[in-house]
Every structure is written in C-alpha cells, then in structure tokens.
Design a protein around this ligand. Structure first.
Ligand code: ZN
Ligand code: ZN
Ligand code: ZN
Length: 365
C-alpha cells in the first residue's frame, strides 16, 4: 500500500505540475486519504493540512483535538501544530504559504475558513481541489479496491434479501428502513441513502423515499449505499411489483442494454465521455434520449461522488484502478423510472463490476 507520506509527496508533486504552490486540506475524504485522520466533524475551529513543495507537511489542529490527531494512522508523517482558543490559526497557516502562490483547497472547506485565510494571505490564490487535482484520489490502490469490493458485496447481499420483503401495501420509507437495516447487518457502518422510488416517484431521480404506499403494478427504483471500512457503496436495481406491462419491459430492456454496453466499453485509454456516449446513444436511438436526464456515472471511493465523472466533456482517459458508477436511467414523468447502477473498476484490459446481483427485471410482491 502507498503510505500516507507517499500520498502527500505525490499530491505535492501533482500540485506543482498544475502550477500550484501546494494544497490546503480540511476535514473530509482528502484529509482521510492523505493522513488517515478523520476528525469527528469539520467545525468553526480550523483543522488544516498544509502541503507545499520544499516543506514538510504541517497539520494545524485545535489544541483540544491534538490527541485525536496524534493517533491518526499517518500522524508520523506530518508535523502537528496545535492552536488554542483565542489564537489566530489563519495567521499561522498564512506564514507557511507563498504569498503569491496558488493553492488547491478542499472542495468542502467552510467559507468561514477560506475567507479568513484570504484575509490572512490576500495575494494567495485558491482553487477547488477537484478542479485543480481531479485525479488525486481517482486511481485506487489494491487495498482500496478490496474495500470497495467488500462494500459492493455487502450492498449486493442487502439487495438479495430486500427482494423477498413485502412491497405491496407498505410505504416507501418502510422498505427503505428494511434496506438500511440490511446494509448495516452486512457490515456498513453508515447508511447514506436508501432511494425507494415507487411508481411515479421513480421518475424523479432525486426522490429518496416518502409516505407513498407501494402498489401492485409499480416499478420501484432501489438506489442505496453507505460506508463500510471508510469506503462507499452505491448500487441501483429496479424491481416490479407483480407482472410488468409491455412498456415497462421495453423501457427496462433499453436501460439494461445501455448499462451493459457502457460496461463493455470500459478499458484503459477510453475517455470518460465515451462511456457516457455509449449508454446515451442506445437510449437516444430507442427514442428515450430526453428521458435520460443525468450523467452516466461518477467516481467513488472515500466519498460517494468524486472524479472521474462519466459525462460528456470529460476527456480524461480511463486508467486501471479507477472506480466509478455506470448508472443510466429512463424517467417517464408521472409514470415510472428505471435505473440500473453498478460500481465498476478499470482493469488492465477491461472492466470489473463490483456489484453483481442479477440485472434482470426482478418481480417482488
Ligand atoms: Zn407496472
Ligand atoms: Zn446510486
Ligand atoms: Zn451513483
């Protein structure tokens, strides 16, 4: 496994290659990736890792969290600087910065911190991490792949069980609660989302779950995931309560073909946008192009959505070790939706799915 020190060195080099003087990393997936440190939450007290060329990594932490930071897996590779309430941590960070340099800063850094830092170092520039260094965490190492595969297998095991619960006559949120319980039972430490989109609700990709009572004849989109061992799962299957009609079968079959063809297009060197195009062309040729209203996929790892994005305009070539979703869908407003989603990793000569439950239209009751 790449050590935290190696990751920090590589990140600093990549920042230099991008014309930046370094990185400023606040709590979240980037900090976990680079140092193994996961403070309980990002708060108004500044926690910030400063990486810059020619200097050792420095992690600023609130004094009362010093002990937590010291026990982080990568703590030995950083020099810890604590600051007490009443002190100005931004002045301390600013002292380390090249006053005219550009810095990649965590996407989710609080405005409170970014603006204070801008005041403390007014001539430095700040660029969002995923814009400056989109590929920082995109290529997974063997240990990361193992964890992603385990999270995927747990989500699959949850799906295998959910198809035998009662759907008809129960509310979406009851089925969602079952799903959340199953994810935890199979090893997830956290459940982040359990979409149960029945009937017309399935046509809204952002519908999570509600009080609608699921009925015989409904298509039901199930999209669920969470965290296991620090890594995310995210899979979608669409099931039908009782026998589907002809239109439902047709739409399902188109999505399935698009999903499979996009998966088969995965191999090193293929541009992300080409995977999107494969899925989109199949759906458009079938006459449903206007009903496929989102990108084909997103990278996944320490966070659920991260680069690389499988979207038109993303010319980044696929590299072995990248992990992302392939999740085309068709959404017919007022009627139903269909989506099929697998997490896939790029191998030396193709792709490997980390979700492997049946992609047939399963009948539930
Ligand atoms: Zn139906
Ligand atoms: Zn999903
Ligand atoms: Zn997804």
């Amino acid at each position: 496994m790449e050590t935290f020190a190696e990751r920090m060195r590589r990140a600093t080099t990549e920042a230099g290659d991008a014309g930046l003087a370094g990185l400023l990393v606040t709590p979240g997936p980037d900090l976990a990736y680079l140092t193994g440190y996961r403070p309980p939450a990002e708060t108004e007290r500044l926690t910030m890792l400063v990486l810059r060329a020619g200097g050792e990594p420095v992690l600023f932490v609130p004094l009362l969290e010093r002990h937590d930071a010291e026990s982080a897996p990568g703590a030995a590779a950083v020099s810890l600087v604590d600051w007490a309430d009443g002190a100005d941590p931004y002045a301390g960070v600013a002292k380390l910065l090249d006053p005219h340099g550009g810095y990649a800063i965590s996407d989710s850094a609080w405005a409170l911190h970014v603006l204070a830092l801008q005041e403390a170092a007014p001539r430095s520039r700040y660029v969002p991490m995923t814009r400056a260094l989109p590929m920082l965490r995109a290529v997974k190492g063997p240990e990361e792949l193992e964890r992603l595969a385990a999270a995927g297998a747990a989500a699959d095991a949850a799906f295998e069980r959910i198809v035998s619960v009662r759907f008809a006559g129960r509310r979406e949120r009851e089925v969602g609660a079952d799903l959340a319980g199953l994810l935890r039972e199979h090893g997830h430490s956290r459940v982040d989302f359990t979409v149960v989109g029945s009937g017309p609700n399935g046509a809204d990709p952002h519908h999570e779950m509600g009080d609608r009572t699921i009925a015989e004849g409904d298509m039901v989109v199930l999209d669920f995931g969470g965290m296991q061992d620090g890594y995310a799962s995210d899979t979608t299957r669409t099931v039908h309560v009782g026998e589907p009609d002809e239109l439902e079968r047709e739409v399902f079959e188109i999505v399935r073909r698009a999903q499979r063809a996009a998966f088969e297009a995965v191999r090193p060197g293929v541009a992300c946008q080409d995977v999107d195009r494969v899925a989109r062309t199949i759906i458009a040729d079938a006459g449903y192009g206007e009903f496929f209203i989102h990108r084909t996929g997103h990278g996944i790892g320490l966070s659920t959505h991260e680069p690389p994005y499988i979207v038109e305009g993303e010319t980044q070539p696929l590299v072995p070790g990248m992990c992302f979703s392939i999740e085309p869908g068709i959404y017919l407003p007022g009627r139903f939706g269909v989506r099929i989603e697998d997490i896939v990793t790029v191998t030396a000569d193709g792709g490997r799915a980390l979700n492997n439950t049946s992609r047939d239209l399963q009948i539930v009751h």
